[in-house]
Design a protein around this ligand. Structure first.
Ligand SMILES: O=C(O)CC1=CCC(=O)O1
Length: 257
């Protein structure tokens, strides 16, 4: 277990792979911890891969965490700890963190992979409603509805669903609400349109949280961005279709990481 000390708390990180290999940071979605990427890891053996639990999730503490800037500062600290420019692969809010990191600290980022992410996600009212629900009853009360947003019907019939539901239900309400607050205030549209680095964008054809058209629209903002649709995937292709995700992104990583 590894801890990265931040000025006001500690992040749980996990670094794997050859120390001098091209470095990847994997940034999680809302309500998940670094196990999100377990299915993709066997495909990333030739890279130095750093995973982490976002503030308020998994084993990491919660101190700021209510703005996208707070979460981006954590990602920047991890990239500085790595000591060389990284490729950030971000899922959902993790992709928003990547967009902001590339916009504000281009010295730290070689390339970006945005999985099921967009320059702006959801609506402020939608996030406020979700915050109210988890503050009143904990993350367990939204777990059934969120599983429908995360996963395509075929995956929802597997026994594994219960494990992802448990991960969400065990996310502390304060940490989850803080990240929802960050999402409510996040709009990277202009900054993302100004990005000039290699970017690959992946969408899931059955994504109930960030529909493919919205993901595609974000790819269209960025000159030269590659776009790939995984028709059978929902919001978390790294969980549902890790082989298809790897097949899509490995050539990009080979070119740019
Ligand atoms: O839980 C959801 O609705 C999906 C999601 C939105 C932002 C994020 O990171 O996950």
């Amino acid at each position: 277990m590894q801890a990265l000390t931040r000025p006001r708390g500690v992040l749980h990180i996990r670094a794997q792979g050859p120390e001098d290999a091209p470095a990847l940071i994997l940034a999680n979605s809302l309500g998940t911890d670094l196990r999100l990427w377990d299915g993709l890891m066997p495909h990333l053996g030739r890279y130095r891969v750093i995973r982490y639990d976002k503030q308020g999730h998994g084993l990491s503490g919660l101190w700021d965490g209510t703005t996208l800037a707070d979460h981006t500062a954590d990602a920047a600290a991890i990239a500085e700890w790595v000591g060389r420019p990284v490729t950030l692969i971000g899922c959902s809010i993790g992709g928003l963190i990547g967009q902001r990191l590339a916009a504000t600290r281009p010295d730290l980022v070689r390339a970006l992979v945005l999985s099921n992410s967009a320059a702006r996600m959801g609506t402020p009212k939608g996030w406020r409603d979700r915050i109210a629900a988890v503050r009143a009853g904990g993350t367990a009360v939204i777990a059934d509805a969120v599983m429908e947003r995360w996963f395509a019907p075929a995956f929802r019939r597997t026994p594994e669903l219960a494990l992802w539901q448990a991960m969400l239900a065990r996310t502390p309400a304060d940490g989850y609400a803080a990240a929802c607050q960050a999402l409510a205030g996040a709009d990277q549209t202009d900054a993302t349109a100004a990005l000039r680095l290699p970017v690959m964008v992946v969408a899931g054809g059955q994504d109930g949280a960030s529909p493919p058209d919205q993901v595609r629209a974000t790819a269209d903002l960025i000159p030269g961005a590659r776009f790939h649709l995984i028709p059978e995937a929902g919001h978390l292709p790294c969980v549902e279709t890790p082989d298809a995700l790897a097949a899509a992104i490995l050539p990009f990583l080979e070119d740019h990481a």
